[in-house]
Write a protein that binds this ligand. Structure first.
Ligand SMILES: [Zn+2]
Length: 499
């Protein structure tokens, strides 16, 4: 046995979209929350996307959403099983391959990056589920389409969970809902009505609630998974997260890919960690980087350096105490305080350093800085697509890592698998897991989600989040109000011509 979690990802494309529709809609309706991720054809100029003014950033992302497209959509439906112990979730993961029916810009860098990460453009053009962007083309959307699936997502009225989700939300709105409004305030007002059960951003949660050293998706997921399994092993009080997956049989099984997620914590060796990757979750050299991109090793190193700091602090305090006793100093220990503060500052500085350079890479890694490296010289990744592993039991299967099962690290050739196929689906799965874990950390025994993180979207380089709310000064857009009337079949008040 090993500690790998094998996640079944259901591959949705045009030839099985109709067939899988009822299962997807049922999964939406019965879930406790839905995690989502997208893969995009590009984002355009990076500078504008990180503009100082948030309103300018919004405009830049809107421009990207109008000219680019969503290539794939990952949905992970987490359903809490109330008859099971702790926090046991039944998880269904869908990866939808999509094809925008209108012309759109696709950036060569993005193509290169996506191909290196296992994205299959042949499959996209041959089997992508088609969709039209912007406003509904005449009347309300009907039939089994991507746009009506989005309507079903809204109708399900569940908390929506994303990781660094602002860009995803703007693209979703433009691609599957309606034309984006001009003003950010209108957009957030619309969002708050589209998702009244709340929008959660696990990057914000990771930074401000979990307070991990890094907050990129894979790091946050693996750290949550590790802490959860440690807590189980130590038989600590309080709830833990357990996952179950459906056992897909017959025809369904042919649509499922079993995506392994291995731990490598048993492996020893020099910690020749790539500094760039450890901070941001990407590196210009990609798979040709000579340093380690192993997130498990990075987490272990971070934990070790935290322990070292704690030790140092302790030692210093002891020294100080001894000195005080000896010299009978009775001052207010300013030196100790200062030392402590310096330490704190250093932690802070380190974190700042890591964040300082943070770009939108988490949404779409390839940009100027990345491509200045040897990304193009990267080896082909086909060998990294691991053989599918079958889930054998007839019943649903609970998977959780146990500590003595950590000895089977991935083979050297697998270590640099940065993404692999079905990235959107698997990323949505990881996002949901972080949320499930953060919820138990935050709420303890109570059943609520994380109130402190509700409707707050992470903003790169900003210490404050973007609030998904309808402010006194903002009104909803007219197009949105019309959509809401269709979706809920009732009149919505307060539209204006703002959009
Ligand atoms: Zn590297």
């Amino acid at each position: 046995m090993n500690s790998s979690v094998v996640v079944p990802v259901i591959d949705v494309q045009s030839n099985n979209f109709k067939e899988l529709w009822p299962a997807m809609v049922l999964a939406f309706k019965t879930s406790s929350f839905i995690a989502l991720d997208t893969e995009l054809s590009g984002l355009g100029a990076r500078k504008a996307l990180l503009a100082e003014s948030i309103e300018d950033r919004y405009k830049a992302i809107c421009h990207a959403a109008r000219t680019r497209s969503v290539l794939s959509l990952g949905l992970a439906c987490y359903k809490k099983l109330d008859d099971k112990a702790d926090r046991t979730y039944l998880v269904q993961v869908y990866n939808l391959t999509l094809l925008c029916a209108e012309e759109y810009v696709i950036e060569p860098q993005s193509v290169q990056f996506l191909v290196q990460h296992g994205f299959d453009f042949n499959k996209q053009y041959a089997q992508g589920v088609p969709y039209d962007k912007g406003n509904d083309k005449g009347g309300e959307p009907q039939g089994v389409t991507m746009r009506t699936l989005f309507v079903e997502l809204l109708r399900a009225n569940k908390p929506l969970v994303l990781h660094n989700g602002l860009i995803d939300l703007i693209f979703l709105y433009q691609c599957f809902y309606t034309q984006l409004p001009e003003k950010l305030g209108t957009f957030t007002a619309d969002l708050s009505e589209m998702f009244p059960a709340g929008v959660y951003d696990t990057k914000y949660t990771t930074e401000y609630e979990l307070r991990f050293t890094a907050s990129y998706l894979e790091y946050a997921y693996k750290k949550c998974k590790l802490d959860n399994s440690r807590s189980i092993t130590a038989a600590q009080d309080g709830p833990h997260v357990f996952l179950e997956f459906c056992n897909y049989t017959g025809r369904m099984q042919s649509y499922v890919d079993y995506r392994p997620c291995t731990d490598s914590l048993g492996r020893d060796g020099p910690l020749n960690i790539c500094i760039q990757f450890s901070a941001y979750g990407w590196c210009p050299s990609g798979s040709s980087c000579p340093m380690s991109h192993d997130t498990d090793l990075i987490i272990r190193q971070d934990e070790k350096s935290k322990d070292d700091k704690r030790q140092k602090r302790k030692r210093r305090k002891k020294k100080k105490a001894a000195k005080q006793e000896g010299e009978e100093e009775d001052d207010e220990t300013p030196r100790d305080k200062k030392a402590h503060m310096e330490d704190e500052d250093k932690d802070g500085e380190e974190k700042e350093e890591r964040k300082d350079d943070e770009k939108v890479q988490e949404k779409l890694a390839p940009h100027e800085e990345m491509l200045s490296g040897e990304a193009s010289a990267a080896e082909p990744q086909t060998e990294l697509q691991t053989e599918p592993q079958k889930i054998e039991s007839n019943a649903t299967q609970t998977q959780e890592a146990t500590p003595d099962e950590r000895n089977q690290g991935p083979k050297a050739s697998e270590r640099k698998a940065e993404g692999g196929t079905h990235r959107a689906g698997f990323d949505a799965f990881m996002t949901g897991y972080i949320f499930a874990f953060a919820t138990i950390r935050n709420a303890g025994e109570s059943d609520s989600w994380i109130p402190a993180c509700a409707n707050k979207l992470y903003l790169s380089g900003k210490s404050v989040p973007l609030h998904v709310t309808k402010s006194t000064f903002s009104k909803s857009s007219r197009a949105h109000v019309t959509k809401m009337e269709h979706i809920w079949r009732k009149r919505f008040p307060k539209a204006d011509g703002n959009a």
